[in-house]
Design a protein around this ligand. Structure first.
Ligand code: NAD
Length: 273
């Protein structure tokens, strides 16, 4: 099925919706990934720390969808940020995933107290040169971290995966991304499910004849964001992907735009270890 894609600064493209698999053990990750691929997703977001790369790889193989048609992301955990450790961690991720490349490799958190994220970024640059990480990016980086890796290596990440949802819209950081040519990817796009009980969004959803989750996912798409909602429930995996037959009208957009409360559901990257 035709689905929207976003182009990176390195010329590659990413499907705008992916399946998130945080807090999903291997035994649940495999069927969730298989289901997602069956209903049309072509993008999966995992990480070494999720401890489900084997399940993700298994789900991909079970689906029968060609590896080359799937956009696969994994991430480097914080305690592997030295140059050599990052290269080794990448090899271990590939082994667990059962593939010989990933489409996108991310530094998971800047973990600033370690002062090693620039060294880690140099390893990612090497992996990109080798072609085993087709694109490279970061997650949870603030402006100063982005400026530093670009300044010290000349290599700009393709995207920054950050907490972003209607209650935490990250307008300042999105403007920095725009200036640097970095795409924005929204993690916890549904506020870890908390936004699904929001009565304002519920009214919009009822008027549009869509679910609350679909309205929020559409808000991300309409804002040019790359979005990775998580579910292991087959009907919800399918529902979250059925968002290509409508857009938010001006009234609906205004309701969601007005919800920005600067409320995180996750850790602050400046202090996260
Ligand atoms: P989310 O905002 O995607 O919400 C997920 C929860 O919402 C699910 O557990 C489920 O309970 C509920 N849900 C999903 N679809 C639903 C539907 N249609 N109807 C009703 N309920 C529904 O939260 P998340 O898992 O925190 O974030 C998504 C993904 O982002 C993760 O799986 C992971 O891949 C990524 N992530 C990355 C970081 C990072 O540091 N880079 C941090 C957190 C999450």
């Amino acid at each position: 099925m035709d689905q929207p894609t976003i182009q990176f600064n390195d010329g590659k493209t990413i499907p705008q919706i992916g399946l998130g698999v945080w807090q999903t053990p291997n035994a649940e990750a495999a069927p969730a990934v298989r289901k997602a691929l069956e209903v049309g997703y072509r993008h999966v977001d995992t990480a070494a720390i999720y401890e489900n790369e084997e399940g993700v790889g298994e789900g991909i193989r079970q689906s029968g969808v060609a590896r080359g048609d799937i956009f696969l992301t994994t991430k480097l955990w914080n305690d592997r940020q030295s140059y050599d450790a990052a290269l080794k961690a990448f090899d271990e991720s590939l082994t667990r995933l059962g593939t010989d490349y990933v489409d996108l490799f991310l530094i998971h958190w800047p973990s600033p107290h370690r002062s090693t994220y620039v060294e880690a970024w140099k390893a990612l640059v090497e992996l990109k040169k080798q072609g085993r990480a087709r694109s490279i990016g970061v997650s949870n980086f603030a402006e100063e971290h982005l400026e530093r890796i670009v300044g010290e290596t000349g290599e700009t990440p393709v995207l920054n995966q950050i907490e972003l949802h209607p209650d935490f819209q990250q307008k300042a950081l999105r403007a920095v991304h725009e200036r640097l040519g970095i795409r924005t990817q929204s993690w916890s796009p549904l506020g870890q499910g908390k936004l699904l009980a929001n009565p304002e969004i519920a009214k919009v959803a009822e008027r549009l004849g869509k679910s609350v989750a679909q309205v929020i996912i559409r808000w991300h798409l309409d804002n040019g964001l790359i979005v990775i909602p998580k579910s292991v429930t087959p009907s919800r995996i399918e529902e979250n992907f059925k968002v290509f037959d409508f857009t938010l009208d001006a009234d609906a957009k205004a309701v969601l735009d007005a919800l920005d409360g600067d409320n995180r559901v996750g850790p602050d990257p400046m202090t996260a270890k």
